[in-house]
Each structure stands twice: as structure tokens, then as C-alpha cells.
Design a protein around this ligand. Structure first.
Ligand code: CMX
Length: 434
């Protein structure tokens, strides 16, 4: 069997000439134009990043390496008796573009197993955080504390050829990813379970070990696999992925990049929306006294939020123009396992009520739900009710995709990212000339 790193090396060597040829023969071909609205408005839709790990079609949603989510769930190997595939297999797919067989998944499992032990000082960093710190701030700092372990940074210091950047970046990425479940679970236990740590079990896969360290019984192992897989990648332009890529482009190592992407994910317009959805629903539930609102009552709650100038969390998207397939995957899971749960009924009712209201409101370009509209209620159902923690779960999953991207950025020699800014004066002069 070709080991993961060997296969990656072969794939990189095969891919490099494609990028070189494109640049050499078509470097000056125009692929997009930029409008004033795009320059002022957050660069929406400008085609200016290249990634082969995933692609987001506005209507179809995400494909990982060309595969839709249902295909990914069908094709990736699963642990015995599990409904959801190995997270390790998903990482293999993101990194190499190939669906792994069982031996290849076992290879990734072994790689993570070797690298999973968390340095003692990481627990101390987590322990030292003052009360009421947000779990995302602790998560980011815990990753940052491990920067001293960077293999890439050490190698760079003594002199590293550009062609070899990807190799030590790969080592850093695997070292870090292997430790994320334990960091996340320890933050959870520290913040909400009196700091009682559950020792990691080396015989379990990524999802099952996370569930074990969280102290949550089956089927939370499958819930974790599902969660990490659907959150892993969403092409390059979203805030977390772009932040990770941007930081890495200055040759900062993966610890800086992943810690930075976590900080971007922590915003309520991005990953924190999963927490905000639960907070919003619990606010309604408090007013309703544990009863599911009628359709009319729910409409009033939604309008009240909009009329107070706030967004409806979990709805809308910068790229998607249809219901997010990540929402569908979780909806199907919920219909199977938590159909009668009161919070699922809230979410189900919101799915009926919110899109027509957002259309009538007339602002959001996409009135449909995104991944965050559904994820929190699954966590809540299985006992993880501390919703401040939910974005950490998103972050563990997202680190898989961003790390794969950064390894490939280095392999293909993507340079320092440096778009050009202009002044408002310049913009005004440019449009006057027309
Ligand atoms: N509720 C109310 N208004 C919304 C809205 C929502 N869910 N989604 C968009 N809008 C508003 C925007 O605030 C904007 O208002 P203004 O015209 O006053 O500036 C207008 O509609 C146009 O926005 P857009 O072009 O449709 O959306 P953007 O690309 O600017 O923003 C997003 C995308 C996700 C930030 C936005 O839809 C939003 O705020 N959604 C709620 C938060 C959320 O669920 N975020 C998670 C996204 C998924 C993820 O990254 O995890």
C-alpha cells in the first residue's frame, strides 16, 4: 500500500506542471472583472483564489474533491456498526482527492494515534483562562501555545528549499489535527464539567475518541463524525478558510494559521451563528414556556428580530442561493432520530416560516437556511447543551479542510497574498471618467 505521505508526494509532483503551465501560458488571461460594489462590499464573488479541495456551487452546494455530500457519506469507509464514515477517511479524500480503502484509512488512524498526546502545558494554558472566557478564545490560545512545536518553523530557520515547504507543513498539520479532539474536549470538561478530564483512548477513531473524551455516550461518536465531516471545507473564500490561507501565505506556520482561522470563525456572521441559533431559539422557548409556537406566533418572533435590525441566525449565505446541503444532511438525521424533539420542531417550523419572511423583507439574497440552522439542536438533543461551545466543534472540523488547503498552497508554491487597496478619492475619479 502506498502510504498517505507517499501518495500525496506523487500527487503533488503530478499536479505541479498544471499550475506551472497555466501561469506560463495564460498568466495574463482575464478571468473576472471587479465592480465598485465588490470592492466596497467585501469582495463578494470575485474569482481570485484557487483551491482544488472543494468547490461551492451557489445552487448545488459543496462538493469535496468533486463529490457531493451524499456521495461522500456513501463512499467513505465506516467503522464497524457506525452510520457515519471515519473522519480520517474524509481527511484522506481532502488531501489526496481519492476515496480511501480501509487500509488507507487505517494508515491515517495510525498517523493521528502516534501524534495525539497533548503537551502538558496546553492543559495549563486552558486552566489558566479566567472564568467566563469564550471557548473559542481558549481554543485559539491553546492552539497558539503549541506554535513552539512547529517543525516547519524550525526547518525554515536552518534553511528550507521552496519545493520542500509542503513536507514539514504536512507534519505540522497532522500533529495539530491529531490533538484537536482532545483540546476541544478538555475545554468542554474544564468549562462545564468541573475540569474532570477523560483520558483519550488510543483504540478509538477520531469521532469516537472525541465522544469518549467529551463523556457523551453513543451515538455521539456518529454525531461527531457527521459534524466534523460536513464542517470540514467550504472552498477558500469564507472567512475562516481565507484567514487560514492568508496567514499561511506569509509562511507563518500552521499553528498561527489555524489559531487565526479559529478567530475568524468565532464571529456571529460565520461559525458563531450555530451558537446564535440556539440562543435565539431558547429566547423564544423561554417566552413560550416549553410549547411549540403556532406558525403565526413564530412569524411574529422572526419579524420582531428583523424589525429590531438584527439578522436571523442560520439563514442566508454569501454564496449559496438554495438550502445548504449541509442543512439537509442534518435535517435527514434529525428526522430519523429526533423527529419528536421540541427543538427540532422549532427548527422545522422556522424552515417553513423564515424563507418567505426573508423574501418579503427583501434584503437577504439567500432566504434559505445554512449549516448553522440545524447543527446546535442535534448537539442539544445528545446532551451537549452548553451552546457557547458549539463553534469549537465547527473549528475542529474546519481545521481538516484548511490544513489540507495550506499543505497544497505550499506544494504549488502559492505566493504571499497581497490584494491592492485604493482610496475613496480614487474610486470616485475612476467612475467619473466613465
Ligand atoms: N437575516 C436578516 N437579514 C439578512 C440575513 C438574515 N439571515 N442574511 C442577510 N441579510 C441581510 C444582510 O444583513 C444585508 O443587509 P443590508 O442590506 O442592511 O446590509 C442584506 O441582507 C444583504 O446581505 P446578503 O448579500 O444576502 O448576505 P451577505 O453575503 O452580506 O452575508 C451572511 C451573508 C451569512 C453573513 C448573512 O446571510 C447573515 O448575516 N446570516 C445570518 C448569520 C449566519 O447565519 N451566518 C452563518 C453563515 C454560514 C457560516 O459561515 O457558518
Amino acid at each position: 500500500m502506498e502510504r498517505l505521505k507517499e501518495k500525496l508526494q506523487r500527487k503533488i509532483e503530478e499536479w505541479r506542471p498544471r499550475t506551472t503551465k497555466l501561469l506560463k501560458e495564460h498568466g495574463n488571461d482575464v478571468i473576472d472583472q471587479v465592480t465598485v460594489a465588490q470592492a466596497v462590499g467585501g469582495m463578494r464573488g470575485i474569482k481570485s483564489l484557487v483551491t482544488d479541495i472543494s468547490y461551492l456551487d451557489p445552487n448545488e452546494g459543496i462538493r469535496y474533491r468533486g463529490y457531493t455530500l451524499p456521495e461522500v457519506f456513501k463512499l467513505l469507509p465506516k467503522p464497524k456498526g457506525a452510520e457515519m464514515p471515519y473522519v480520517e477517511g474524509l481527511f484522506y479524500l481532502l488531501l489526496t482527492g481519492d476515496i480511501p480503502n480501509r487500509d488507507e484509512v487505517n494508515d491515517v488512524i495510525d498517523e493521528f494515534k502516534k501524534r495525539r498526546i497533548l503537551p502538558r502545558y496546553v492543559y495549563e494554558v486552558i486552566d489558566s483562562f479566567p472564568c467566563c472566557s469564550h471557548p473559542m478564545a481558549i481554543f485559539s490560545a491553546a492552539i497558539m501555545a503549541m506554535e513552539r512545536e512547529s517543525f516547519f518553523a524550525r526547518k525554515y530557520k536552518v534553511g528550507l528549499s521552496k519545493n520542500e515547504y509542503w513536507d514539514s507543513t504536512y507534519e505540522d498539520a497532522l500533529n495539530l489535527i491529531a490533538k484537536l479532539p482532545e483540546i476541544g474536549a478538555y475545554i468542554y470538561r474544564k468549562n462545564y464539567k468541573d475540569g474532570k478530564r477523560v483520558q483519550s483512548n488510543p483504540n478509538l477513531d477520531f469521532g469516537a475518541n472525541f465522544a469518549h473524551m467529551m463523556g457523551v455516550a453513543k451515538p455521539y461518536d456518529d454525531v461527531s463524525r457527521l459534524h466534523f465531516i460536513i464542517h470540514s471545507d467550504h472552498e477558500s473564500g469564507n472567512v475562516s478558510a481565507h484567514t487560514g490561507h492568508l496567514i499561511a501565505s506569509s509562511l507563518s506556520d500552521i499553528y498561527y494559521s489555524i489559531s487565526g482561522m479559529i478567530n475568524g470563525l468565532a464571529g456571529p456572521l460565520h461559525g458563531l451563528a450555530n451558537q446564535e441559533v440556539l440562543r435565539w431559539i431558547q429566547g423564544v422557548r423561554d417566552k413560550m414556556g416549553d410549547v411549540v409556537p403556532s406558525e403565526d406566533e413564530m412569524k411574529q418572533f422572526v419579524w420582531a428580530t428583523l424589525n429590531s435590525g438584527q439578522v436571523i441566525p442560520g439563514y442566508g449565505h454569501a454564496v449559496l442561493r438554495k438550502t445548504d446541503p449541509r442543512y439537509y444532511v442534518q435535517r435527514e438525521f434529525s428526522l430519523k432520530y429526533l423527529k419528536d424533539d421540541i427543538l427540532f420542531k422549532y427548527v422545522d417550523l422556522l424552515y417553513k416560516v423564515v424563507p418567505p419572511i426573508l423574501k418579503e423583507h427583501g434584503r437577504a439574497k439567500n432566504p434559505w437556511p445554512n449549516v448553522d440552522a440545524q447543527s446546535g439542536i442535534i448537539q442539544w438533543y445528545y446532551g451537549v447543551t452548553e451552546y457557547d461551545f458549539y463553534t469549537v466543534l465547527f473549528g475542529i472540523g474546519r481545521a481538516l479542510g484548511i490544513s489540507a488547503n495550506i499543505i497544497w498552497d505550499r506544494a504549488l508554491g502559492y505566493p504571499l497574498e497581497r490584494p491592492k487597496s485604493i482610496t475613496t478619492d480614487m474610486l470616485e475619479k475612476m467612475v467619473q471618467k466613465k
